[in-house]
Design a binder for this molecule. Structure first.
Ligand code: COI
Length: 351
C-alpha cells in the first residue's frame, strides 16, 4: 500500500456539534480497477475526483457502498466493529451489480491503516464515532448500458454524532403503502446506490408530514413489513422479539444481525419471519406491541415512538425507549466503545 500524507491538515470541526456525514478527514484510500485487476491501494490526501461527464456511474448508478464505524476505547485503543462482515456484504453487493470482488483481508488491513492515520479525527463524546464509508463506482467513459471495465474503490472517513437530529429520542415513522423500495429479484438486499435514490421521494413526503422516515412494505402485496429508510426494524410483541426475515428484498444489516445475537444470548425469544403490518397494528390495539426499534450502523439502535399507518398515529411505549431496546443499545454500544467485554469476537483493533 502506498501512503502519501498531506502537509495541509484541515481545521477540525467542533466535535460536540457534528451531525452526520458533514465533515471529512485529511486522507482517503483509493484503489483503481483496470485491465481486469485491482491496482495497489493508496492512501492519499482527501480530494475531489475529476470525472468525465460521460462516466457511466453518473448515468446508470453502477455503484455500491458500505457503512461502519471506528471508536476510541477508554484505554486509548482504536477499534472497528465487524469490518469483515462489511466487506463480505460489499462483495455480495458487487456480485449483484456485476462489479469486481475485493480481497476482504486486504481491505480490512487498508481500513485499519487509514483509521490509524486519522485517529485524531475519532471523536470521543458520548454517541460520537468515526463513520467509515467504503464505496465502489463504475468508471468507464461510455454511455452504453453494460458492466464497466474500470472501477474506483475508495474509503472516506467522517466524524459523526447521531444520525437523527434528536439523538436517542424516539422517532416517528410513516408506514409507506404507495411507493415500494424493492421487489423480489431486484436489488433490495444489495447496498447499492439506486436503492437509496428510489427511497428519497417517499422520505421527503414523510418529512413534510412531520415523520422522520418511512417503513417500507413488500413490493408485491404491500402487506409485509420490510425495513425503514436507513435501518432494519424490530418489534417486541408480547415479550417476543420479531423482525422481518431476510427474504431477498431487505438489507442484511450487520447491526441487525448483532442485535439478534445479543438478544438471543441474553435469553430473549427472537423470531425472524414475515410479519404483516396488520399483525403489528393488531398487536398495538391489543396492548401487546411493547416496543419498536430500528437497527443500523448510522442509526445504531433507534427507538420508534410513533408508527403512522393509513392516517392513524400509533404511539408505542408512551413514546419512550423500552427495556429491550435499551438493553440492545447498551450492549451493542458497550462492546463498540470498549465498556463491555467483547465475548463475540466482533472488535478489530487498529493500533
Ligand atoms: C449506514 O447505516 O451505515 C447506512 O449506510 C445508512 C444510511 C446512512 C444510508
Amino acid at each position: 500500500m502506498k501512503i502519501t500524507l498531506t502537509e495541509h491538515k484541515k481545521v477540525k470541526p467542533d466535535f460536540t456539534k457534528l451531525g452526520f456525514g458533514k465533515y471529512f478527514t485529511d486522507h482517503m484510500l483509493v484503489m483503481y480497477y483496470h485491465n481486469g485487476a485491482w491496482e495497489e491501494p493508496e492512501i492519499v490526501p482527501y480530494d475531489a475526483f475529476a470525472m468525465d461527464p460521460c462516466t457511466n456511474v453518473l448515468h446508470y448508478g453502477q455503484g455500491i457502498f458500505e457503512g461502519l464505524k471506528a471508536y476510541k476505547t477508554p484505554d486509548g485503543k482504536i477499534t472497528t466493529f465487524r469490518p469483515y462482515e462489511n466487506f463480505n456484504r460489499m462483495n455480495r453487493s458487487a456480485q449483484r451489480l456485476c462489479m469486481p470482488q475485493l480481497d476482504v483481508d486486504l481491505m480490512v488491513d487498508c481500513l485499519k491503516k487509514l483509521v490509524e492515520i486519522e485517529q485524531d479525527w475519532i471523536p470521543t463524546a458520548p454517541g460520537t464515532s468515526l463513520y467509515i464509508r467504503p464505496t465502489m463506482i463504475a468508471n468507464d467513459k461510455a454511455l452504453g448500458v453494460h458492466a464497466a471495465h474500470d472501477y474506483i474503490f475508495f474509503i472516506i472517513l467522517s466524524p459523526v454524532g447521531s444520525y437523527y437530529a434528536n439523538g436517542l429520542a424516539p422517532t416517528k415513522i410513516l408506514v409507506e403503502d404507495t411507493y415500494v423500495r424493492a421487489t423480489p429479484g431486484g436489488t433490495g438486499e444489495a447496498k447499492c446506490m439506486g436503492n437509496y435514490a428510489a427511497s428519497i421521494l417517499a422520505g421527503e413526503i414523510a418529512n413534510q408530514k412531520g415523520y422522520d422516515q418511512v417503513l417500507w412494505l413488500d413490493g408485491v402485496e404491500r402487506k409485509y413489513v420490510e425495513e425503514v429508510g436507513s435501518m432494519n426494524i424490530v418489534f417486541v410483541i408480547d415479550g417476543v422479539v420479531v423482525t422481518p426475515a431476510l427474504v431477498g428484498s431487505i438489507l442484511p444489516g450487520i447491526t441487525r444481525k448483532s442485535t439478534l445475537e445479543v438478544l438471543r444470548k441474553a435469553g430473549y425469544k427472537v423470531e425472524e419471519r414475515r410479519i404483516s403490518i396488520e399483525e403489528v397494528i393488531q398487536a398495538h390495539k391489543d396492548g401487546k406491541l411493547n416496543e419498536v426499534f430500528g437497527t443500523g450502523t448510522a442509526a445504531v439502535i433507534s427507538p420508534v415512538g410513533v408508527l403512522n399507518y393509513k392516517g392513524v398515529d400509533y404511539v408505542i411505549n408512551n413514546n419512550e425507549m423500552g427495556e429491550i431496546s435499551r438493553y440492545a443499545y447498551d450492549t451493542i454500544t458497550g462492546i463498540q466503545y470498549g465498556r463491555i467485554k467483547d465475548e463475540f469476537g466482533w472488535i478489530e483493533k487498529c493500533n
